[in-house]
Design a binder for this molecule. Structure first.
Ligand code: NAG
Ligand code: NAG
Ligand code: NAG
Ligand code: NAG
Length: 349
């Protein structure tokens, strides 16, 4: 195709040059040099385009090795989409959303669920319902960021920020009032420590100054737990959960025990499968304990092993037991109210 196009173009160009009335002796030279200039410009331009695309998210996972032209890339992408469509797959809006909570194992949960043949996951946190700018892009934009799925599949998106967002609950209800929601809780004190650890590591990498855990968590003025610290507030699950139960029925929200997910992932996954109305197809062979990492990792049916990224499952710093005790005591009344509200109890003391 390209060859035909090229020889056609060259002939057209030759004709133009002849009509311009160059002396016969010079005609061949003019044709060749002008074509050479044209090809050089195209080459340079093509490389520029590739550089721009290379840095864009769209082509992040594609092979952009030398000699792999832009045209080929886009054709491959289109061919892949065409093939998925011909197999009956489309990008569908999520029927289930993991709404939070940050640092409770939402990524682990999502990746364990991805082992199920009828579950399709959105890799990115979409921040669709919590972020006004994204929300205004509309459901079509949201859909275009979803994975391809069969009509019988369940698409899941997760954005932990939804849980604490002011607008997400109401917007999700408007989106689909019978949507299924999943929330995952860990011991609230452990969650604060994990939250602190992540922020601490990020600051460390960027050479930023770091506050000590106890200075953040305990108010210097009162000596009590500091609710001005955001990480402390996120762990006051009761407050946030009230908002979700205002917009959704209790049986639309499945609560995962995040501490148990670490020790016993299959048990929690089975409950989610049941909640989603799916057969229990994630089995013993899909999870294995990785001694090096110190936690369970995933193994697909074709024996591909996969662990969460290096930023997950980090060791927490040692925290003064007196502070831990103080925090546990602080959270106890909120936990009690939460347990009453959701009709489910956790061993958080
Ligand atoms: C694309 O990115 C890769 C890795 O980031 C790099 O090795 C390669 O040189 C880039 N290609 C172009 C055309 O910029
Ligand atoms: C809304 O969510 C329910 C439960 O997941 C699902 O069965 C239904 O198809 C969804 N409706 C739309 C319009 O996506
Ligand atoms: C942080 O500091 C170290 C040592 O002072 C330096 O080598 C490194 O480049 C710095 N990193 C950043 C991101 O500034
Ligand atoms: C554990 O995980 C590491 C890193 O993800 C991997 O290199 C290693 O092969 C895994 N170990 C086992 C026993 O699977």
């Amino acid at each position: 195709m390209l060859m035909e196009f090229t020889s056609f173009t060259v002939q057209q160009w030759q004709r133009v040059i002849f009509k311009m009335g160059f002396p016969r002796k010079r005609q061949a030279w003019v044709v060749i040099s002008s074509l050479a200039v044209f090809f050089c410009v195209t080459l340079v331009f093509n490389n520029q385009v590739r550089k721009v695309l290379n840095s864009s998210m769209l082509l992040d996972n594609m092979d952009l090795s030398e000699g792999y032209g832009l045209r080929k890339l886009l054709e491959d992408q289109e061919a892949k989409i065409e093939r998925l469509r011909s197999e009956g797959m489309e990008q569908g809006l999520p029927q289930c959303i993991i709404i939070g909570v940050r640092k409770c194992g939402t990524r682990a949960l999502l990746e364990f669920l991805d082992l199920h043949p009828q579950i399709r996951i959105a890799d990115m946190e979409m921040h669709f319902f919590n972020n006004d700018e994204n929300y205004e892009k509309g459901y079509d934009w949201y859909r275009k960021n979803m994975p391809f799925s069969f009509p019988s599949d369940i698409t899941i998106e997760k954005t932990p920020r939804y849980f604490i967002s002011e607008s997400a609950a109401e917007r999700i209800r408007k989106f689909n009032s019978s949507a299924k929601l999943i929330v995952i809780f860990r011991n609230p004190t452990t969650r604060v420590i994990s939250d602190y650890t992540q922020v601490y590591q990020n600051k460390l990498e960027r050479n930023k100054s770091i506050d000590r855990f106890e200075d953040l968590v305990i108010s210097e003025r009162t000596g009590r737990v500091n609710t001005g610290y955001k990480a402390v507030r996120i762990s006051m699950y009761y407050y946030h959960m009230t908002k979700w139960l205002h917009f959704f029925e209790r049986d639309q929200i499945h609560v995962v025990n995040g501490d148990n997910l670490i020790d016993n992932p299959l048990e929690e996954i089975r409950k989610v499968e049941t909640f989603l109305g799916l057969p229990n197809l994630v089995t013993e062979s899909n999870v294995y304990f990785n001694e090096t990492r110190g936690f369970f990792c995933m193994q697909s049916d074709d024996k591909q092993q996969h662990c969460l990224g290096a930023k997950k499952g980090r060791k927490h710093p040692a925290i003064d037991p007196i502070i831990v005790k103080k925090m546990n005591k602080f959270y106890r009344p909120y936990n009690k109210k939460l347990f009453q509200m959701i009709g489910q109890k956790f061993d958080w003391d």
